[in-house]
Design a protein around this ligand. Structure first.
Ligand code: ATP
Length: 207
């Protein structure tokens, strides 16, 4: 049975934090593959055009043979929901054990996801620690709370932390810096930085 992880996100744009998370998951769990799934039409978010986000993902992940990009979300109309992604990918990769990679901020919202209760049990959760605002609540308490909420509905969830230090980079920060014409060097891979500059993404007068 293959051990595969899905890493879903808006990736607007992909940054070094995402790459560190994926690489850590790969080795910590001895996974065969990380499947990056950019949301086509993310709920609650306005994002740069899908084509740009995919191109930047390709540029950032091309040197790692264990990284695959799936365009599965583009083949569905309407809002992108995680459960549909897992169902569709299970049809492509049969006989797999599935993991789902999320940041702590995203994991915290799992009980409210569309069909989140079903999804919660269909895979194991790999959680990247993340600073949540100025909050100093411990990461494991947050995860235990999610676990508890689901247990109240007789659902069992499997999760573990990825062993990485807190990384303060976010796509929002990159977009903000670009909007202020500040450098994003060392926050994103160089080909991604070049792509953003060439296509004038995220600047005041971007496409
Ligand atoms: P934005 O700043 O636009 O909200 P983002 O940096 O959170 O974007 P996404 O593409 O939305 O990037 O993230 C995909 C997944 O990666 C989410 O589960 C998110 O929580 C996680 N993630 C992104 N950056 C980090 C980080 N620095 N530390 C931990 N998790 C992260």
């Amino acid at each position: 049975m293959q051990q595969l992880a899905i890493f879903g996100g808006t990736f607007d744009p992909i940054h070094w934090g995402h790459l560190l998370i994926a690489e850590t998951a790969l080795h910590q769990l001895s996974l065969e593959r990380i499947i990056w799934v950019p949301s086509f039409n993310p709920p609650h978010k306005q994002a740069a055009p899908f084509e740009h986000r995919v191109k930047m993902l390709q540029l950032a992940t091309r040197e790692n043979p264990a990284f695959t990009i799936s365009l599965v979300e583009a083949s569905r109309s309407g809002t992108s929901y995680a459960i549909n992604t897992l169902i569709d990918l299970s049809a492509v990769y049969s006989n797999a054990r599935w993991y789902w990679i999320v940041g702590l901020d995203t994991f915290q919202t799992l009980p409210r996801w569309y069909r989140g209760h079903e999804l919660a049990q269909m895979c194991d959760w790999l959680i990247a620690p993340r600073q949540l605002g100025s909050d100093t609540v411990q990461s494991d308490l947050i995860c235990q709370e999610v676990e508890q909420q689901l247990r109240q509905q007789s659902l069992t969830i499997h999760w573990q932390f990825l062993n990485i230090p807190l990384v303060g980079v976010s796509s929002r920060l990159i977009r903000k810096l670009c909007g202020e014409s500040q450098s994003i060097q060392y926050l994103v891979p160089e080909p991604v930085r070049f792509y953003i500059t060439t296509h004038n993404l995220y600047s005041e007068k971007s496409e």
